[in-house]
Design a protein around this ligand. Structure first.
Ligand code: NAG
Ligand code: NAG
Ligand code: NAG
Ligand code: NAG
Length: 351
Protein backbone atom coordinates (compact mmCIF):
# COMPACT_ATOMS: atom_id res chain seq x y z
CA UNK A 1 0.00 0.00 0.00
CA UNK A 2 2.74 2.39 1.00
CA UNK A 3 4.72 1.52 -2.05
CA UNK A 4 1.72 2.20 -4.25
CA UNK A 5 1.22 5.50 -2.52
CA UNK A 6 4.85 6.42 -2.96
CA UNK A 7 4.80 5.56 -6.63
CA UNK A 8 1.69 7.65 -6.98
CA UNK A 9 3.35 10.62 -5.29
CA UNK A 10 6.45 10.28 -7.44
CA UNK A 11 4.35 10.03 -10.60
CA UNK A 12 2.33 13.08 -9.63
CA UNK A 13 5.50 15.02 -8.95
CA UNK A 14 6.94 14.00 -12.29
CA UNK A 15 3.78 15.02 -14.10
CA UNK A 16 3.44 18.21 -12.11
CA UNK A 17 7.12 18.96 -12.68
CA UNK A 18 6.81 18.68 -16.41
CA UNK A 19 3.64 20.77 -16.44
CA UNK A 20 5.36 23.48 -14.44
CA UNK A 21 8.36 23.45 -16.73
CA UNK A 22 6.20 23.51 -19.86
CA UNK A 23 4.08 26.37 -18.68
CA UNK A 24 6.78 29.03 -18.62
CA UNK A 25 5.11 32.39 -19.12
CA UNK A 26 5.75 34.05 -22.46
CA UNK A 27 6.46 30.78 -24.20
CA UNK A 28 4.70 28.05 -26.08
CA UNK A 29 5.82 24.59 -27.06
CA UNK A 30 6.51 23.66 -30.67
CA UNK A 31 4.51 20.94 -32.35
CA UNK A 32 6.32 17.58 -32.40
CA UNK A 33 6.67 15.25 -35.35
CA UNK A 34 8.26 11.93 -36.16
CA UNK A 35 10.26 11.77 -39.37
CA UNK A 36 10.68 8.16 -40.43
CA UNK A 37 14.18 7.52 -41.75
CA UNK A 38 12.96 4.21 -43.15
CA UNK A 39 10.90 6.09 -45.75
CA UNK A 40 12.51 7.32 -48.98
CA UNK A 41 13.82 10.89 -48.48
CA UNK A 42 11.20 12.30 -50.88
CA UNK A 43 8.36 11.16 -48.57
CA UNK A 44 9.71 11.98 -45.13
CA UNK A 45 8.59 15.57 -44.66
CA UNK A 46 5.10 15.44 -46.17
CA UNK A 47 3.15 15.77 -42.96
CA UNK A 48 5.30 18.55 -41.50
CA UNK A 49 5.29 20.57 -44.69
CA UNK A 50 1.55 20.14 -45.31
CA UNK A 51 0.77 21.40 -41.81
CA UNK A 52 2.76 24.57 -42.45
CA UNK A 53 2.37 24.90 -46.20
CA UNK A 54 1.24 28.53 -46.42
CA UNK A 55 3.61 29.82 -43.78
CA UNK A 56 6.57 28.00 -45.25
CA UNK A 57 5.85 29.57 -48.64
CA UNK A 58 5.69 32.99 -47.00
CA UNK A 59 9.02 32.40 -45.28
CA UNK A 60 10.60 31.30 -48.54
CA UNK A 61 9.36 34.43 -50.27
CA UNK A 62 10.85 36.60 -47.56
CA UNK A 63 14.18 34.78 -47.40
CA UNK A 64 14.63 34.88 -51.13
CA UNK A 65 14.34 38.68 -51.21
CA UNK A 66 17.61 38.71 -49.25
CA UNK A 67 19.50 36.91 -52.00
CA UNK A 68 21.41 39.03 -54.49
CA UNK A 69 19.80 38.51 -57.88
CA UNK A 70 23.03 37.55 -59.62
CA UNK A 71 23.24 34.46 -57.44
CA UNK A 72 19.89 33.01 -58.47
CA UNK A 73 21.14 31.46 -61.75
CA UNK A 74 23.77 29.54 -59.78
CA UNK A 75 21.14 28.27 -57.38
CA UNK A 76 19.12 27.11 -60.39
CA UNK A 77 22.22 25.33 -61.63
CA UNK A 78 22.45 23.45 -58.34
CA UNK A 79 18.74 22.67 -58.38
CA UNK A 80 18.69 21.31 -61.94
CA UNK A 81 21.53 18.91 -61.17
CA UNK A 82 20.80 18.50 -57.50
CA UNK A 83 22.14 14.98 -56.99
CA UNK A 84 25.46 16.03 -58.41
CA UNK A 85 25.89 18.86 -55.90
CA UNK A 86 23.95 17.94 -52.78
CA UNK A 87 24.37 14.62 -50.98
CA UNK A 88 21.56 12.34 -49.88
CA UNK A 89 19.30 12.44 -48.01
CA UNK A 90 19.20 16.23 -48.38
CA UNK A 91 18.69 16.25 -52.16
CA UNK A 92 15.77 13.83 -51.98
CA UNK A 93 14.21 15.51 -48.96
CA UNK A 94 14.33 18.93 -50.64
CA UNK A 95 12.79 17.45 -53.78
CA UNK A 96 9.99 15.99 -51.68
CA UNK A 97 9.38 19.33 -49.96
CA UNK A 98 9.24 21.20 -53.28
CA UNK A 99 6.76 18.72 -54.64
CA UNK A 100 4.46 18.79 -51.59
CA UNK A 101 4.55 22.58 -51.55
CA UNK A 102 4.22 22.81 -55.33
CA UNK A 103 7.03 25.34 -55.58
CA UNK A 104 10.26 25.32 -57.55
CA UNK A 105 13.12 23.20 -56.30
CA UNK A 106 15.38 26.25 -56.69
CA UNK A 107 13.33 28.12 -54.09
CA UNK A 108 13.54 25.24 -51.62
CA UNK A 109 17.29 24.90 -52.15
CA UNK A 110 17.81 28.63 -51.74
CA UNK A 111 15.81 28.79 -48.54
CA UNK A 112 17.70 25.83 -47.12
CA UNK A 113 21.06 27.40 -47.90
CA UNK A 114 20.26 30.80 -46.56
CA UNK A 115 19.66 29.49 -43.06
CA UNK A 116 23.41 28.95 -42.94
CA UNK A 117 23.97 32.64 -43.29
CA UNK A 118 22.92 34.58 -40.23
CA UNK A 119 22.16 33.05 -36.84
CA UNK A 120 23.11 34.93 -33.68
CA UNK A 121 22.91 32.73 -30.67
CA UNK A 122 23.96 31.90 -27.14
CA UNK A 123 24.97 28.34 -26.26
CA UNK A 124 26.08 27.05 -22.86
CA UNK A 125 27.41 23.59 -22.08
CA UNK A 126 27.72 22.75 -18.39
CA UNK A 127 28.46 19.91 -16.00
CA UNK A 128 26.47 19.52 -12.80
CA UNK A 129 27.75 18.29 -9.46
CA UNK A 130 26.94 14.67 -10.41
CA UNK A 131 28.93 14.88 -13.64
CA UNK A 132 25.87 15.10 -15.87
CA UNK A 133 26.35 17.27 -18.98
CA UNK A 134 23.72 19.87 -19.92
CA UNK A 135 23.37 21.98 -23.03
CA UNK A 136 21.29 25.15 -23.28
CA UNK A 137 20.82 27.42 -26.25
CA UNK A 138 18.91 30.45 -27.47
CA UNK A 139 18.57 30.81 -31.22
CA UNK A 140 18.41 34.45 -32.26
CA UNK A 141 17.45 35.26 -35.81
CA UNK A 142 16.21 37.97 -38.10
CA UNK A 143 12.64 37.35 -39.37
CA UNK A 144 11.88 36.32 -35.80
CA UNK A 145 8.09 36.49 -35.92
CA UNK A 146 7.49 34.27 -38.83
CA UNK A 147 10.17 31.75 -37.86
CA UNK A 148 8.50 31.29 -34.48
CA UNK A 149 5.40 30.19 -36.34
CA UNK A 150 7.18 27.38 -38.17
CA UNK A 151 9.40 26.10 -35.34
CA UNK A 152 8.95 22.34 -34.90
CA UNK A 153 10.45 19.52 -32.84
CA UNK A 154 11.40 16.44 -34.87
CA UNK A 155 12.27 12.92 -33.74
CA UNK A 156 14.09 11.02 -36.48
CA UNK A 157 13.34 7.33 -36.16
CA UNK A 158 14.77 4.07 -37.48
CA UNK A 159 12.66 0.97 -36.87
CA UNK A 160 10.36 2.93 -34.58
CA UNK A 161 13.24 4.05 -32.32
CA UNK A 162 14.32 7.67 -32.06
CA UNK A 163 17.94 8.02 -33.12
CA UNK A 164 18.22 11.77 -32.96
CA UNK A 165 15.99 14.76 -32.25
CA UNK A 166 16.20 18.30 -33.50
CA UNK A 167 14.51 21.66 -33.27
CA UNK A 168 14.10 23.22 -36.66
CA UNK A 169 11.89 25.26 -38.98
CA UNK A 170 9.35 23.46 -41.15
CA UNK A 171 10.70 23.08 -44.68
CA UNK A 172 14.32 23.11 -43.54
CA UNK A 173 16.29 19.85 -43.65
CA UNK A 174 19.50 20.96 -41.92
CA UNK A 175 20.11 21.24 -38.18
CA UNK A 176 21.23 24.08 -35.93
CA UNK A 177 20.20 22.40 -32.62
CA UNK A 178 20.11 18.64 -32.15
CA UNK A 179 20.66 15.66 -29.92
CA UNK A 180 21.85 12.13 -30.67
CA UNK A 181 20.20 10.15 -27.90
CA UNK A 182 22.60 8.85 -25.25
CA UNK A 183 25.57 10.20 -27.23
CA UNK A 184 25.87 13.95 -27.72
CA UNK A 185 24.16 17.30 -28.32
CA UNK A 186 25.21 19.95 -30.85
CA UNK A 187 24.37 23.57 -31.43
CA UNK A 188 25.71 25.96 -34.07
CA UNK A 189 26.56 29.59 -33.39
CA UNK A 190 27.65 31.84 -36.19
CA UNK A 191 31.28 33.01 -36.26
CA UNK A 192 32.63 36.01 -38.11
CA UNK A 193 29.39 37.10 -39.85
CA UNK A 194 28.61 33.57 -40.99
CA UNK A 195 28.87 32.25 -44.49
CA UNK A 196 28.78 34.66 -47.33
CA UNK A 197 26.14 33.12 -49.52
CA UNK A 198 28.50 33.49 -52.49
CA UNK A 199 31.20 31.38 -50.85
CA UNK A 200 28.67 28.74 -49.95
CA UNK A 201 27.33 28.52 -53.51
CA UNK A 202 30.84 28.40 -55.00
CA UNK A 203 31.85 25.72 -52.50
CA UNK A 204 28.84 23.60 -53.42
CA UNK A 205 29.44 24.03 -57.15
CA UNK A 206 33.07 23.02 -56.63
CA UNK A 207 31.86 20.04 -54.56
CA UNK A 208 34.32 20.85 -51.79
CA UNK A 209 32.06 22.14 -49.05
CA UNK A 210 28.72 21.37 -47.45
CA UNK A 211 26.36 23.66 -45.57
CA UNK A 212 27.08 23.73 -41.84
CA UNK A 213 23.55 22.64 -41.04
CA UNK A 214 23.93 19.52 -43.21
CA UNK A 215 27.23 18.72 -41.50
CA UNK A 216 25.47 18.83 -38.13
CA UNK A 217 22.79 16.47 -39.35
CA UNK A 218 25.41 14.13 -40.84
CA UNK A 219 27.09 14.07 -37.44
CA UNK A 220 23.84 13.31 -35.63
CA UNK A 221 23.06 10.48 -37.98
CA UNK A 222 26.53 8.93 -38.45
CA UNK A 223 28.43 9.38 -35.20
CA UNK A 224 27.68 7.50 -32.02
CA UNK A 225 29.97 9.17 -29.49
CA UNK A 226 31.28 12.56 -28.43
CA UNK A 227 34.82 12.03 -29.72
CA UNK A 228 33.88 11.04 -33.23
CA UNK A 229 31.29 13.85 -33.36
CA UNK A 230 33.99 16.39 -32.42
CA UNK A 231 36.26 14.95 -35.07
CA UNK A 232 33.78 15.17 -37.90
CA UNK A 233 32.65 18.68 -36.94
CA UNK A 234 36.25 19.87 -36.60
CA UNK A 235 37.72 18.60 -39.85
CA UNK A 236 34.95 18.79 -42.43
CA UNK A 237 35.42 21.76 -44.78
CA UNK A 238 32.76 24.43 -44.39
CA UNK A 239 32.11 27.58 -46.41
CA UNK A 240 32.77 29.79 -43.41
CA UNK A 241 34.11 29.85 -39.89
CA UNK A 242 31.61 28.60 -37.30
CA UNK A 243 31.26 27.70 -33.63
CA UNK A 244 30.09 24.21 -32.73
CA UNK A 245 29.06 23.68 -29.14
CA UNK A 246 28.97 20.00 -28.22
CA UNK A 247 27.87 18.20 -25.06
CA UNK A 248 28.47 14.49 -24.38
CA UNK A 249 27.39 11.93 -21.81
CA UNK A 250 30.45 11.67 -19.53
CA UNK A 251 32.10 14.18 -17.19
CA UNK A 252 34.37 16.51 -19.15
CA UNK A 253 32.52 15.92 -22.43
CA UNK A 254 31.71 19.51 -23.29
CA UNK A 255 33.40 21.57 -25.99
CA UNK A 256 33.27 24.81 -27.90
CA UNK A 257 34.97 24.36 -31.28
CA UNK A 258 36.00 27.66 -32.85
CA UNK A 259 36.32 26.37 -36.36
CA UNK A 260 38.03 27.89 -39.38
CA UNK A 261 36.98 26.66 -42.81
CA UNK A 262 39.19 23.58 -42.72
CA UNK A 263 40.09 22.93 -39.08
CA UNK A 264 39.57 24.30 -35.57
CA UNK A 265 41.42 27.41 -34.46
CA UNK A 266 40.67 26.39 -30.90
CA UNK A 267 38.83 23.65 -29.01
CA UNK A 268 37.81 24.70 -25.51
CA UNK A 269 36.85 21.87 -23.15
CA UNK A 270 34.94 21.63 -19.90
CA UNK A 271 37.17 20.85 -16.93
CA UNK A 272 35.24 20.93 -13.71
CA UNK A 273 38.30 20.17 -11.59
CA UNK A 274 39.84 23.44 -12.83
CA UNK A 275 36.63 25.29 -12.03
CA UNK A 276 35.52 25.27 -15.67
CA UNK A 277 32.14 23.63 -15.10
CA UNK A 278 30.45 25.65 -17.84
CA UNK A 279 31.40 27.22 -21.17
CA UNK A 280 29.46 30.11 -22.70
CA UNK A 281 29.69 30.81 -26.43
CA UNK A 282 27.81 33.59 -28.20
CA UNK A 283 29.18 34.82 -31.54
CA UNK A 284 32.72 35.88 -30.60
CA UNK A 285 35.97 34.03 -29.93
CA UNK A 286 35.96 33.15 -26.24
CA UNK A 287 39.56 34.35 -25.76
CA UNK A 288 38.68 37.88 -26.93
CA UNK A 289 36.36 40.37 -25.24
CA UNK A 290 32.90 40.61 -26.82
CA UNK A 291 32.03 43.95 -28.43
CA UNK A 292 30.26 46.27 -25.95
CA UNK A 293 27.43 46.68 -28.47
CA UNK A 294 26.58 42.97 -28.29
CA UNK A 295 27.65 41.59 -24.95
CA UNK A 296 25.45 38.61 -24.22
CA UNK A 297 28.39 36.65 -22.87
CA UNK A 298 28.93 38.43 -19.55
CA UNK A 299 25.25 38.36 -18.51
CA UNK A 300 25.18 34.63 -19.28
CA UNK A 301 28.37 34.01 -17.28
CA UNK A 302 27.06 35.99 -14.29
CA UNK A 303 23.80 34.09 -14.36
CA UNK A 304 25.58 30.71 -14.42
CA UNK A 305 27.90 31.75 -11.60
CA UNK A 306 25.12 32.93 -9.38
CA UNK A 307 23.17 29.77 -10.13
CA UNK A 308 26.05 27.52 -9.07
CA UNK A 309 27.04 24.05 -10.21
CA UNK A 310 24.86 22.41 -7.52
CA UNK A 311 21.76 24.08 -8.80
CA UNK A 312 21.60 22.91 -12.40
CA UNK A 313 18.09 21.86 -13.35
CA UNK A 314 16.02 22.34 -16.48
CA UNK A 315 14.08 25.13 -14.87
CA UNK A 316 17.17 26.96 -13.59
CA UNK A 317 18.90 26.71 -16.96
CA UNK A 318 15.75 28.04 -18.59
CA UNK A 319 15.97 31.01 -16.24
CA UNK A 320 19.60 31.61 -17.19
CA UNK A 321 18.53 31.65 -20.84
CA UNK A 322 15.87 34.21 -19.87
CA UNK A 323 18.42 36.70 -18.49
CA UNK A 324 18.05 40.06 -20.26
CA UNK A 325 20.33 40.34 -23.35
CA UNK A 326 20.79 36.55 -23.41
CA UNK A 327 17.05 36.63 -24.13
CA UNK A 328 16.45 39.47 -26.57
CA UNK A 329 14.00 40.64 -29.19
CA UNK A 330 15.49 38.31 -31.80
CA UNK A 331 15.36 35.13 -29.76
CA UNK A 332 13.10 32.63 -31.51
CA UNK A 333 13.47 29.69 -29.15
CA UNK A 334 15.27 28.22 -26.14
CA UNK A 335 16.36 24.57 -25.98
CA UNK A 336 17.65 22.59 -23.00
CA UNK A 337 19.15 19.15 -23.62
CA UNK A 338 21.16 16.47 -21.83
CA UNK A 339 22.17 13.59 -24.10
CA UNK A 340 22.47 11.10 -21.24
CA UNK A 341 18.81 11.74 -20.39
CA UNK A 342 17.41 12.28 -23.86
CA UNK A 343 13.83 12.84 -22.70
CA UNK A 344 14.93 16.00 -20.90
CA UNK A 345 15.19 17.73 -24.29
CA UNK A 346 12.72 20.55 -24.43
CA UNK A 347 12.12 23.61 -26.56
CA UNK A 348 10.19 26.76 -25.74
CA UNK A 349 9.21 29.21 -28.47
CA UNK A 350 9.55 32.73 -27.10
CA UNK A 351 6.48 34.91 -27.52
C1 NAG B 1 1.02 24.03 -58.74
O1 NAG B 1 1.39 25.33 -59.14
C2 NAG B 1 1.07 25.64 -60.48
C3 NAG B 1 1.56 27.06 -60.77
O2 NAG B 1 2.78 27.31 -60.18
C4 NAG B 1 -0.42 25.55 -60.67
O3 NAG B 1 -0.72 25.78 -62.04
C5 NAG B 1 -0.90 24.19 -60.26
O4 NAG B 1 -2.30 24.14 -60.32
C6 NAG B 1 -0.46 23.85 -58.86
N1 NAG B 1 -0.85 22.49 -58.52
C7 NAG B 1 -1.44 22.19 -57.37
C8 NAG B 1 -1.75 20.74 -57.17
O5 NAG B 1 -1.71 23.01 -56.52
C1 NAG C 1 2.16 33.82 -36.65
O1 NAG C 1 1.02 33.11 -36.21
C2 NAG C 1 0.10 33.89 -35.50
C3 NAG C 1 -0.97 32.99 -34.91
O2 NAG C 1 -1.25 31.92 -35.75
C4 NAG C 1 -0.46 34.94 -36.45
O3 NAG C 1 -1.37 35.74 -35.78
C5 NAG C 1 0.69 35.80 -36.97
O4 NAG C 1 0.21 36.70 -37.95
C6 NAG C 1 1.76 34.93 -37.59
N1 NAG C 1 2.90 35.78 -37.88
C7 NAG C 1 3.44 35.85 -39.07
C8 NAG C 1 4.60 36.81 -39.22
O5 NAG C 1 3.06 35.17 -39.98
C1 NAG D 1 33.50 6.35 -31.14
O1 NAG D 1 33.07 6.03 -32.45
C2 NAG D 1 34.14 5.73 -33.33
C3 NAG D 1 33.59 5.65 -34.73
O2 NAG D 1 32.40 4.92 -34.75
C4 NAG D 1 34.83 4.46 -32.86
O3 NAG D 1 35.90 4.14 -33.73
C5 NAG D 1 35.36 4.69 -31.46
O4 NAG D 1 35.93 3.50 -30.95
C6 NAG D 1 34.26 5.16 -30.54
N1 NAG D 1 34.85 5.58 -29.29
C7 NAG D 1 34.35 5.20 -28.12
C8 NAG D 1 35.04 5.74 -26.93
O5 NAG D 1 33.38 4.48 -28.03
C1 NAG E 1 20.47 27.65 -5.72
O1 NAG E 1 19.65 28.63 -6.27
C2 NAG E 1 18.89 29.32 -5.32
C3 NAG E 1 17.93 30.21 -6.05
O2 NAG E 1 18.06 30.13 -7.43
C4 NAG E 1 19.78 30.10 -4.42
O3 NAG E 1 19.01 30.78 -3.46
C5 NAG E 1 20.73 29.17 -3.75
O4 NAG E 1 21.67 29.91 -3.05
C6 NAG E 1 21.42 28.32 -4.78
N1 NAG E 1 22.14 27.31 -4.08
C7 NAG E 1 23.43 27.09 -4.29
C8 NAG E 1 24.04 25.97 -3.54
O5 NAG E 1 24.07 27.76 -5.09
Amino acid sequence: MNVVKEIWVILSLVVLGSVLISAQPGTRLPKSYIVDLDLPPEQRWQKVVLDYKDMVSDVHKILITYIPEEILPYVELIATDLDNYIAQPYAGEMRGIASVMNISLGDVVMANLIYDVSAFCTSIVSQDINGQIWHSRNLDYSFTDILKNITVAIDFQHGGQTVYSIITYAGYVGVLSGQRHNAFTITVDERDQGALIWNLIIGILDSNTIPVSFLVRDTLSLDTNFTSAIDRLSYTTTAADVYFIVGGVKPGEGAVISKGRFAPDDTWMLSAKDGRWFLVETNYDHWLPPPPSDNRRDPAISAMKSLGQKNITVENLFNVMSTPKVLNSRTTYTVIMSAVKPLVMKCWIRE
